[in-house]
Design a binder for this molecule. Structure first.
Ligand code: AHR
Length: 505
């Protein structure tokens, strides 16, 4: 067994744990909405047709806010189609996912679901096929108490009180040629700035997110962010980031386990670009990152392919990835990266919530169940409280080859801590990213830390193990090696594992 050392000190403060780190995403895509969150005939359905079993799991997952209605879907969406009497709503083609959209669920239904799920809404406006006027109409419909045609229409539709939506995305992945109505950085920067400026005339205090690049590999990454932020600098609060990781092949497991090294670099580069705009403008404004799509997604799988030709199904099976224990370790590590940059990551959304690349699966007419990736998310969301602490780390290293010909050594152990001065709780999140070696970790904590409340490790000897509707037996379990003595914690971490240690005092 190799060894590592971690020093945790409340003086290494990065910033507050932001509840909005623990967001999720519901898109009109595949079975995320229909038979995911909404299934009126389901035995657990509650008023409104929402699946009660899924609602319970969403609350247990500890989701803070939910992005809606897309994703690629929003770039062709007419929000007006989804309001008013359900039997009079139009059925439309959804070009993003080559599907048919029945519009049974729209903005008022989604808001009702948010209340039941106890989550904040994050609404996206369509800046692909539409523009400033339609975004303003949606904002007026949602947020004005009454006395205008649109706000009164909402009241007639059963939503007496305004929805008071604070967090808004100005379009989705507008740099992507796959996006309906995609744009150049200059075109998008202008429309984002004008939409934001007009939206603030209705609600000055909105939290507004401009689209960053669809991913870090886009040829315009960096330049896109610079141009968009330069154009919309005074109007927006955040720039978005999206990333999905997956092993290229079976031999790629070690590299896949180091995915968060890439995420760290990605965050750094967006911050540098935003700060370069600030410098050029002599501005003290700090732009945050809205990491509003992140996850593991096996993009090359056949079921990820959208229908073709004359086939335009309603809620087809799409992107229904089944996750392994190794995937869960990567997800836990990505959360460590997001927390570590709480100074700049103002908001984040795991994509997505149910059925579609999701921690929760819901069989139509059948059970809802937890995927492996559910566990690190739920525990981090529940126990990361107070302040985020950067840890000092000495760890064995492993080779990281991000691109052909580039090799660097990165630590196999990664970790972040939180400290809650009010409750006295210190929580450590640690991953062992080695495919082969257990690591014995010694952690120096404060003298006053007197109690080891629990140490849970998520691991399986077969890292490819996946949960299913019938078997969710691999869960985080007590790590019996953990011991605390004289302000020092020692713990053994098996290879490919995620661990949470809760200390008190
Ligand atoms: O989350 C799935 C899709 O991935 C989203 O619709 C899109 O924004 C991204 O490319």
């Amino acid at each position: 067994m190799t060894s590592a050392r971690i020093v945790v000190d409340p003086a290494f403060r990065v910033g507050p744990v932001r509840r909005r780190t623990f967001g999720s995403f519901v898109e009109h895509l595949g079975r995320c909405v229909y038979t995911g969150i909404h299934e009126p005939e389901h035995p657990t359905a509650v008023e409104g047709g929402w699946r009660g079993d899924v609602l319970e799991l969403v609350r247990e997952l500890g989701v803070s806010h939910v992005r809606y209605p897309g994703g690629n879907f929003v770039s062709g969406y007419k929000w007006e189609d989804g309001v008013g009497p359900a039997d009079q709503r139009p059925t439309r083609l959804d070009l993003a996912w080559h599907s048919t959209e029945p519009n049974t669920v729209g903005v008022d239904e989604f808001m009702q679901w948010c209340r039941l799920a106890e989550v904040e809404p994050m609404m996206a406006v369509n800046l692909g096929t539409r523009g400033v006027a339609e975004a303003l109409d949606l904002l007026e419909y949602c947020n004005i108490p009454g006395g205008t045609t649109l706000s009164d229409e909402r009241r007639e539709n059963g939503a007496e009180e305004p929805h008071q939506i604070k967090l808004w995305c100005l379009g989705n992945e507008m740099d992507g040629p796959w996006q309906t109505g995609h744009k150049t950085a200059e075109e998008y920067g202008r429309i984002a700035a004008e939409t934001a400026r007009a939206m603030r005339m209705i609600n000055p205090d909105l939290d507004l997110v401009a689209c960053g690049s669809s991913n870090r590999a886009m040829p315009t990454f960096g330049q896109w962010e610079y141009t968009v932020l330069d154009e919309a600098w005074d109007q927006v609060d955040m720039i978005s980031a999206h990333v999905y990781y997956y092993p290229k092949d079976e031999a790629d497991l070690q590299h896949f386990l180091l995915s968060s090294v890439d995420m760290d670099r990605f965050i750094e580069q967006i911050c540098s670009t935003a700060d370069a705009v600030a410098a050029a403008r002599k501005s003290t404004k700090v732009i945050g990152i809205s990491f509003d799509e992140w996850n593991v997604w096996y993009q090359r799988r056949a079921e990820s392919k959208v229908p073709e030709g004359d086939d335009w199904p309603v809620a087809p099976v799409l992107l229904e990835d089944h996750y392994s224990v190794a995937d869960a370790v990567v997800v836990g590590n990505l959360l460590i990266s997001l927390l570590r940059r709480t100074d700049r990551v103002f908001s984040a959304n795991q994509a997505q919530l149910v059925n579609v690349i999701a921690p929760i699966m819901a069989e139509a007419g059948g059970p809802a169940w937890k995927q492996t990736i559910f566990h690190p998310f739920a525990l981090t969301s529940k126990y990361a409280t107070g302040e985020v602490l950067q840890v000092a780390l000495e760890s064995p290293t492993v080779e990281f080859r991000p691109h052909e010909g580039i090799v660097s050594e990165v630590p196999v152990i990664d970790s972040v801590a939180t400290y809650d001065a009010e409750s006295g709780a210190t929580t450590l999140f640690i991953v062992n990213r080695s495919v082969s070696d257990a690591v014995s970790v010694e952690c120096v904590v404060r003298e006053g830390v007197s109690e080891l409340v629990e140490a849970l490790t998520y691991h399986h000897d077969d890292p490819s193990w996946q949960a299913s509707a019938d078997d969710q037996s691999v869960v985080p379990t007590a790590n019996e090696s953990a011991a605390l003595s004289g302000g020092r914690l020692s713990i053994d971490l098996p290879p490919i594992s995620w661990t949470m240690v809760r200390l008190q005092g």
